[in-house]
Unconditional design. Structure first.
Length: 183
């Protein structure tokens, strides 16, 4: 048993750090969600911010867009030219995806400064890409509502998780200490 632990020390270390970081960040995020009362920013600040920024982007590319709080559920409606096309729920704000990304990068951490910079830059890239994803999805749903399922459940998750995967690969192959030890 000891030989296996020694042999797979790096793998075990990665798994333990990944799970610990993921657990702490997820618990922290759930505490944030439970403590946000939704009185000022509905349903919570981050989801509201994503909806408003998506709305600004939609207006910036020439659509007459508006966001309003959904009356029956904790979400924000995206309305384009008077037509309700999508809703932004807590899961659309990319925080869960950023938590997954950060957990992986920290589990493969290198020098503190480089890890911190990459975590910050990667989180911004994921957040920005998520906004673009919501805008494209909203426009797609406005013009092609019959393609809703394939747009929302296949194409756009594949794109955002593909982006996270590419960021992970760049981290592992260019910046992490594991790259240096394998050379």
């Amino acid at each position: 048993m000891k030989a296996l632990l020694v042999k797979y020390k790096l793998v075990i270390r990665f798994i333990v750090i990944f799970l610990a970081v993921y657990g702490v960040l997820t618990i922290g995020y759930n505490l944030y969600l439970n403590l946000s009362d939704g009185s000022k920013f509905y349903p919570d600040y981050l989801t509201n911010l994503v909806a408003k920024q998506s709305n600004s982007l939609l207006n910036g590319i020439g659509y007459e867009a508006n966001t309003v709080a959904h009356a029956n559920e904790p979400s924000m409606k995206i309305i384009i030219n008077g037509k309700f096309v999508a809703r932004v729920i807590e899961g659309c704000n990319a925080i869960s995806i950023i938590i997954l990304f950060l957990s992986f990068v920290i589990a493969f951490a290198d020098k503190f400064k480089m890890t911190l910079i990459y975590c910050f830059a990667g989180s911004i890239i994921i957040y920005a890409f998520n906004l673009i994803r919501i805008v494209i999805l909203s426009v797609g749903l406005y013009h092609y509502p019959w393609r809703r399922e394939v747009l929302h459940t296949v194409i756009f998750p594949m794109l955002i998780y593909g982006t996270v995967f590419l960021l992970w690969m760049v981290w592992v192959n260019r910046f992490s200490k594991n790259k240096k030890t394998s050379e």
